[in-house]
Design a protein around this ligand. Structure first.
Ligand code: SAM
Ligand code: SF4
Length: 334
């Protein structure tokens, strides 16, 4: 049995997020610029390499694997990878295989995902208004995503909605989104917009809607009870007593959540980022490709975990963007 991965702050690493592509069929305004340059395909880990990489982490104690991107479901043949990962669910080593998606391809893949052992999916959706959806995603179409969500629920997947809280954009939809999710038995989590990557002419501070304010608005209409549960991740949860639904808050800006962080991220080119909000990273593709044995890779993983920083430095408190990181969220995988 391999010794588990423990970082310098005694946090056990149990959760891996893997970006399988930097490409996407949307161009969300807070995530990408309209004219993104994507990586040449040869830079990407092949599906076989992704398998080796994830399997190494599973051997080292990772119990939860989230596939993300870019849009993971636009990567060619990605179902082969999901099916292959399901062997770790069957063995019991992996407790959860899941993904974050914009939902555009879910109608096509929901049944296959369920068959591969996926039971929950996070769908990113910031608005239920068709025109606003087209505006915020630039290239997306809301009905396609709604069909995807229907298909996912029909396939038996538990759906969680992730909505980025955007000032002057979806503030007026707080209650619409909340009741829509309640009526469909969908969990809902709000995310504060983070300063990641050049997004063209968009204004970061202008986009920022603090979840403290959002929560206060919820409390005007509902009885909001804090829930003690934590997934080891950044989300904190409340229950709305009137509807019984659970609402999550991911608040990198207004509350620093790093003390319980149990996760690391791999980019589609095989870099490991041990903190979403820092530039520091290490290359794992070199060690992976340098040897057919996984010993070199495992050593490189341990060395990278030994460098996991204490936390991020995002800060808007001085009304300017501090702690910005240069890469886009689609590079590291949200
Ligand atoms: N394409 C998939 C999707 O949209 O769900 C997966 C990748 S996307 C980068 C993952 C998550 O990151 C999405 O929920 C998206 O809203 C969020 N995201 C992207 N850029 C962000 C930013 N600057 N601040 C906060 N969340 C962001
Ligand atoms: Fe694509 Fe997801 Fe980024 Fe939107 S948030 S551009 S869907 S990767």
């Amino acid at each position: 049995m391999n010794a588990p991965l423990i970082d310098p702050f005694a946090r056990a690493i149990r959760y891996l997020r893997v970006s399988v592509t930097d490409r996407c069929d949307f161009r969300c305004v807070y995530c990408m610029s309209e004219n993104m340059t994507f990586l040449p395909k040869k830079e990407l880990l092949t599906l076989e390499e992704l398998d080796r990489m994830c399997s190494a982490f599973v051997r080292l104690g990772v119990e939860k694997l989230r596939i993300t991107g870019g849009e993971p479901l636009v990567r060619r043949d990605i179902m082969t990878f999901f099916r292959s990962m399901s062997r770790h669910l069957d063995s019991g080593a992996l407790k959860e295989l899941t993904l974050t998606t914009n939902g555009s391809q879910l109608a096509r893949f929901a049944d296959d995902l369920y068959a591969a052992g996926v039971r929950r999916v996070n769908v990113s959706l910031d608005t239920l208004d068709e025109a606003k959806f087209a505006r915020v995603t630039r290239w997306g179409r809301l009905p396609q995503v709604l069909r995807g969500i229907d298909a996912a629920q029909k396939a038996g997947l538990r759906v969680k909605l992730n909505a980025v809280a955007l000032k002057d954009f979806n503030e007026d939809e707080l209650f619409t989104l909340t009741s829509w999710c309640a009526s469909r038995d969908i969990d809902l989590t709000f995310i504060e917009v983070m300063p990641m990557g050049d997004i063209g002419n968009e204004d970061r501070i202008g986009q920022y809607w603090s979840l403290k304010d959002l929560r206060a608005q919820l409390a005007d209409r509902y009885t909001v009870t804090d829930l003690p549960e934590s997934t080891g991740g950044p989300a904190r949860y409340v229950r709305l007593e009137e509807t019984g639904q659970k609402i999550g808050f991911i608040t990198p800006l207004s509350h620093n959540f790093c003390e319980s962080c149990n996760r690391v991220r791999i980019t589609c080119t095989g870099e490991i980022y041990t903190c979403l909000g820092q530039e520091g990273h290490s290359d794992l593709r070199g060690p992976l490709r340098s040897s057919e044995s996984d010993a070199v890779l495992e050593d490189a993983i341990r060395a990278a975990i030994a460098l996991k920083p204490k936390g991020h430095d995002f800060d808007y408190s001085r009304q300017e963007v501090d702690g910005q990181v240069s890469r886009h969220m689609s590079h590291t995988g949200g």
